[in-house]
Ligand binder design. Sequence first.
Ligand SMILES: Cc1ncc(COP(=O)(O)O)c(C=O)c1O
Length: 449
Amino acid sequence: MNTLDKFKKYMITEFLSEVAPIVADHAEGATLTDAAGKTYVDAFAGISVCNAGHNNPEVVAAARAQLGKLVHCGTYLLPHAPAADLAELLAEITPTTSQPGAAVPHRLSKSFFGNSGAEANEAAMRLAKQFTGKHGFIALDGAFHGRTLATLSISGLPSRKRGGGPYMPDVSFLPAPYCYRCALGLKPESCNLACAAALEEKINFAKHSGVAALFVEPVQGEGGIIVPPKGWFAAIKKILDLHGVLLVADEVQTGFGRTGHMFAIEAEGVEPDIITLGKGIADGFPLSAMVTRPDIAAAFHPGDHLSTFGGNPVCCAAALATIHFYQRENLPAQAARKGAWLIGELRRRLENNPRVGEVRGRGLMIGVELVERAVPGAPCAPPSALNHAAPAPDAAFAKKIVKDCRERGVLIGLGGRDGNVLRIQPPLVINDAQLAQVADTLAAVLTTP
Ligand SMILES: Cc1ncc(COP(=O)(O)O)c(C=O)c1O
């Protein structure tokens, strides 16, 4: 029986039915080779994970060296150097709005280590409750924070939540700053950030439980690469501070250079109270972190919260090498340059394509929203009574495009509330020729009738 048949027979998993799966064999940088020997430009990086490139030699060497010393000891029982060094490094690089030279320049300086993004967010939820003494949460429509019961409860994607309820009570959702399909029916040039202002109402209506925290992805990933407009974060932070509600920045997907900054929130001029990290932290080794201020961290008493494998020495060693690589190669700046080129190129080549609603993104976190064919110049079909006439989403077409790209040797992802957003999130080390291949392939498959 071949690998694919074994997967189908013995594993609980799912494939996009329209996209014939390939069996991954080996990978390097932004190139992945399947079991049949065909090579692909991997423009999705294992769901936005291998930011330093597949099989980065420095990361692999660091992990190998640690493998020969200590694989596991239970980080919360026996302290070890890789976890201590990683926590110190995170405290040095976490986002801060403090002025250089300030007495406490990095306020987010205490880390909890887990294995997955969901586990980091679970930790943040519990800590926020223990610190504030409140138990309500607010999240955004279209948000994705993981697939455990609690993190699904604060996820705003019905497709991901199907069949898993009932979910946690005392969670409410704020309209996302999704300007292409504004839930309030407003236009960005005249909306006065009404979606951010709506936060105050949400907090007021949750007075019975109190709101411990607002969870936000600085750029929504699974929700379809939703980039908030300028000023949105500042507006919500002002309201949160007024009401004593914590801001949790879920940087599981946006962190570690992806959007052109080490952390996406750095572009917003606000400092979160808690930041959650995963995916790119160790270039593919399973590790996550929740990082917060010492005063908030103190709400966890010894033994309150731990994870058997969390902070595994091999994963921490890999993370240290990964972050040093990001810093030395200045990968955030590379992502900014490469992403600006690709977004510009896709906009230029697709601007008159009636199936492309919007090309958007930040750094190498890029979305192409596909819509039903709209006759140029004719009014578009409004998907909701309120919406200002964005054309209807076309998920079937998006799946076909993912398949066509794959057949032509380019791997891309899919997301969006309606499954109609192509996601381009390659390793940040992708080279210019590979980037051009991604642009050429997308332009070709999107213009082929
Ligand atoms: C923003 C965000 N948070 C949390 C998660 C969950 O991470 P994990 O799958 O590692 O639990 C994801 C995964 O896609 C994510 O994109």
